[in-house]
Design a binder for this molecule. Structure first.
Ligand SMILES: [Zn+2]
Ligand SMILES: [Zn+2]
Length: 555
């Protein structure tokens, strides 16, 4: 019964999540086949998470893959389930540590290639393009992409067969039986796979707290078409840059009403280009660039743009501030926010809404009309997947702690014999036998800071957070041979109330003068005495202690 007491050479298949369990984002799931002293690894997805306000200057967070990097020779490859940032955004940053072949569908490859080019890696990374529904072998892993529906072209689930057992990795999915785009979810194949036998289902948990079924993209498209039909002025639609199906629906609505389509925002232009290169949107017609916006009559124009999450540099934010070089909206125009606000972005999104409202522009959000649907399964869809696959065990993924727990509970209530919540950095044996955590690995987060990767723990973000709250004081002291001041002490504040600087300078001078002469021989002692005095004085007057740096020089 107890796996920990099993022979270290017993062979099994384990799941080691390095990201994606306990947070939405940064997906990275490693499957290891073999014995615990000799495993072959398959990595599924390698995504980013966006930085939080608490970490100033950090736009992107990566999973720490050093455990796999150390075992790089045993890493057979990296499979990407689809082209979303939370599943492949970390590839250009972390591939140099892994140096393994990459496998994905044509559309994900087109997006990945753009990223690799930006990082100068497109010549180095070997990307194997696998057709939709393709079967392929990576190392000893027998793999198959299974079509699902989601919110980007070519979403795939991954069937993983090994000599130790069979796992179904769901990827991101929902059931949309009436999509407007793409191959649709392959219900027939899913049922076949279930009949062949699935030991474990590793499954998307994002929407497990919601009952019922997700609305279809077709209903969203119909709502958008209706809104555009009745609009009198200019229409702008913001959505996720990668949501090609939604973009295609918006374009159809424009064409049906004789509107030209203008695209604003590089990310959206890049996705559309990638989609067209893969043969999608063949009848969408020509798109115009931003410069054309001002020359078209109000009722003959639709703007498609980014910024649905309130990103301050995105097109819709700049339009709201009336700062966009080519695009302006006014009374009688309409902005459709065809997205949901990702938790954490509410303030930024509200700012954009309010700025547009000040311009007298009308807004429609997903609160008022069916202009957005999620790409993740609700309870009704999860149940259908369990019924197709009939897995012996469920491992929830792609969710915060509460989603994972709720998903494990839900699966058991639906009759799946076993369910266990995985933890980042823990190796869970999936098969044979019962689910159990059998080992641990190094895991954590890395920050992308400008062009560099830095540790999240003890990295520069923490110090910046402090600086942003209390500012900084720089003090320069020059001593002569007699251990007296060779010149006046210089003090510069940054981010301090201006009245404070004279008092802090007095405190620095008094502290130096009261130092016994022999102590002045020691640069570190001089610096520390002044630092303490300056911070104490600031605390007395201001109630805050700034960061203080003291430079001691000898004349
Ligand atoms: Zn996704
Ligand atoms: Zn995702």
């Amino acid at each position: 019964m107890n796996a920990k007491k099993k022979s270290p050479h017993a062979k099994d298949l384990v799941l080691l999540p390095l990201g994606g369990t306990g947070e939405i984002g940064m997906n990275c799931y490693c499957y290891g086949a073999g014995s615990n002293d000799d495993r072959e690894w398959l990595m599924v997805d390698l995504g980013v998470k966006f930085g939080e306000d608490a970490d100033p200057g950090i736009d992107v967070v990566l999973p720490d893959v050093s455990f796999i990097a150390k075992n790089r020779k045993k890493l057979a490859g990296l499979v990407l389930t689809h082209g979303h940032e939370d599943h492949m955004g970390a590839v250009p940053w972390l591939w140099p540590q892994l140096k393994c072949p990459v496998y994905c569908t044509p559309f994900a490859a087109a997006l990945l290639n753009n990223k690799l080019k930006e990082h100068g890696l497109d010549e180095d990374v070997k990307v194997h393009i696998i057709p939709l529904g393709g079967k392929f072998k990576v190392g000893s892993f027998d793999l198959e992409f299974v079509n699902v529906t989601h919110s980007i072209p070519e979403p795939c689930a991954l069937l993983i067969k090994t000599s130790h057992g069979t796992v179904f990795h769901s990827g991101d999915w929902k059931i949309d039986r009436t999509p407007t785009f793409g191959a649709g979810i392959d219900e027939k194949r899913l049922a076949e796979i279930g009949n062949e036998g699935v030991d474990a289902l590793v499954c998307d948990s994002t929407n497990v707290l919601r009952e019922g079924l997700s609305p279809s993209e077709r209903d969203v498209a119909a709502t958008i078409a209706d809104i555009v039909k009745h609009a009198k002025g200019r229409v702008a639609i913001t959505t996720f840059a990668s949501h090609v199906e939604r973009i295609a629906s918006a374009v159809r609505a424009a064409r049906a009403n004789g509107r030209e389509v203008v695209i604003a925002g590089r990310a959206m232009r890049n996705t559309i280009e990638a989609a067209r290169a893969c043969g999608y949107m063949p009848d969408a017609g020509e798109f115009l660039d931003e410069e054309s916006f001002g020359y078209l009559p109000a009722n003959k124009i639709m703007l498609l743009c980014t910024g649905s999450q309130g990103e301050p540099r995105a097109a819709i934010a700049r339009i709201g501030e009336d700062q966009h070089p080519h695009v302006a909206l006014e009374k009688g125009d309409l902005v459709i926010f065809s997205s949901r606000t990702i938790p954490g972005n509410e303030k930024e999104v509200a700012l954009v809404h309010n700025n547009l409202a000040k311009l007298d522009v009308d807004l429609i959000t997903a609160d008022e009309a069916l202009i957005h649907t999620s790409g993740h399964p609700r309870q009704g869809e999860l149940k259908a997947m369990y019924e197709w696959l009939k897995p012996k065990a469920l491992i929830p993924m792609h969710g915060e702690a509460r989603h994972l727990r709720a998903h494990a509970k839900f699966a058991k209530a639906c009759g799946i014999p076993q369910a266990l919540v995985p933890l980042d950095g823990h190796m869970m044996r999936l098969c044979p036998g019962s689910l159990e955590n059998v080992d641990e690995a190094t895991f954590g987060r890395l920050h992308v800071d400008g062009k560099l990767i830095v540790p999240a723990e003890g990295g520069p973000a923490k110090q910046r957070r402090k600086l942003s709250a209390v500012g900084a004081v720089f003090v320069s002291v020059v001593l002569d041979e007699k251990l007296q001041l060779a010149d006046d002490i210089q003090l510069l504040g940054d981010g301090l109330p201006p009245v404070l600087e004279d008092d802090l300078l007095d405190a620095a001078e008094d502290a130096f003068e009261s130092m016994p002469r022999p102590r002045r021989k020691d640069d570190a002692a001089v610096a520390e005495t002044i630092r303490i005095a300056v911070r104490r004085a600031a605390d007395q007057i201001w109630g805050k202690k700034p960061v203080c740096k003291v430079l001691v020089q000898r004349a």
